[in-house]
Ligand binder design. Structure first.
Ligand code: NAD
Ligand code: G3P
Length: 338
């Protein structure tokens, strides 16, 4: 079986390395932190990010990027969105054109507001790019709990190759040609999950969350369509599927961060407590700017932006959303789709 390289040994990179190694692939797992390397090679456990799960022996851990990438058929980008460009710059000199890049990060690049596929195209333009996304908490995947995701690639043969590589009886992979839609669904749901957490923190109930999720997927789809995605992708795994899991699961860092903000903690206190990447914070800023650029109405994103980057109180934002001008549900759908 051909070697697979996973770059980044946080929660998701580690869970995917475990999944692939259990299928029998020789996996090379790159981490930049030497202390983490010492600890993981000794204990075969990722104590910080995925405690309690043993890493199989066919995962070779390394802090050497070249060694990790060499001879791998697939290179999985398993770091947070803000780490992707730096990582690509470090590997571009020895990546070969026939190596497939599979990105699993869900976000945009800060400053440029580029999707990860656009960043990859700028740094490593000759390789096939695949986005793997969907409702998939690392904590559950690493314990073999049934999970479904989508993989999107412009070349469906490559999407099917990646589908075959990752599929196992507990991890079902669907293909989709809509790279933009799959990327946007995974990134933008984090804003809504953060909002769902705020509502939980405020002590609101299930009605509120259902409202946020339903209205959230509408504004995600609205921006998505304006950016060239297919509307049907947002009713799939990388759209509504991932929105549901992140808005409802206690595994979600975005939701947990929202809960703390809803309870009155500052952003710094919140990030200190979560200790892992909360993509929704920077994604809110990117989506806010993209909504202006594409002239798309995103009321929930706007309010969360004002909470995070302005001086809105969370309760004030809820009032703003509830008292917006009246809307006809179906006329709005028709308008979005035109
Ligand atoms: N955790 C999940 O369940 C899950 C599921 C699907 C997708 N994702 C996405 O995967 C991405 C990574 O998330 P995570 O949960 O693994 O984050 P995490 O906070 O658990 O870990 C991030 C890891 O990336 C490492 N890292 C960051 N920049 C790096 C660099 N330049 N080189 C090497 N390592 C670097 C950090 O040291 C850390 O180990 C995010 O975009 C997230 O949205 C996460
Ligand atoms: O923990 P979160 O909020 O980053 O969500 C993780 C995954 O995106 C769930 O599919």
């Amino acid at each position: 079986m051909e070697k697979i390289c996973v770059l980044g040994a946080g929660s998701w990179g580690s869970a995917l390395a475990i999944l692939l190694s259990k299928k029998g692939y020789p996996v090379s797992l790159y981490m930049r932190n030497k202390d983490q390397y010492e600890s993981m090679t000794k204990t075969r456990e990722n104590i910080k990010y995925l405690p309690g799960v043993i890493m199989p022996n066919n995962i070779e851990m390394t802090t050497d990027l070249k060694e990790a990438v060499d001879e791998a058929k697939i290179i999985v980008l398993g770091v947070a969105s803000q780490g992707v460009r730096g990582l690509l710059k470090s590997i571009k000199d020895y990546v070969k054109d026939d190596q497939i890049i599979v990105n699993v990060a869900k976000g945009f690049e800060k400053g440029t507001n580029l999707r990860i596929s656009e960043v990859v195209k700028q740094e490593i333009p000759n390789n096939h790019y695949v986005i793997l996304s969907g409702p998939s908490h690392a904590e559950e995947v690493s314990k073999d709990m049934p999970t479904t995701v989508a993989v999107a690639c412009e070349d469906m043969n490559i999407a099917e190759y990646v589908q075959d590589t990752f599929t196992n009886p507990k991890f079902r992979v669907y293909t989709n040609p809509d790279v933009i839609g799959v990327e946007l669904g995974g990134a933008l749901k984090n804003i809504i999950a953060f909002g769902a957490g705020i509502c939980d923190g405020l002590g609101y109930g299930d009605n509120t969350k259902a409202a946020l999720m339903t209205r959230g997927i509408r504004e995600i789809g609205r921006l998505g369509m304006a950016m060239g995605a297919s509307s049907s992708t947002f009713s799939g795994l990388s759209g509504i599927g991932d929105l549901i899991v992140t808005c409802t699961s206690m595994h979600s860092r975005n939701r947990r961060a929202g809960i703390l903000i809803g309870k009155g903690k500052s952003l710094d206190e919140t990030l200190d407590e979560i200790k892992m990447v909360v993509e929704g914070i920077l994604t809110t800023e990117a989506a806010y700017k993209l909504s202006k650029e594409y002239n798309v109405d995103m009321p929930i994103t706007n309010e969360i932006y004002k909470v995070l980057y302005g001086d809105n109180e969370v309760k004030e934002s809820v009032i703003n959303l509830m008292l917006r001008s009246k809307t006809h549900e179906m006329e709005e759908v028709a308008m979005d789709e035109n």
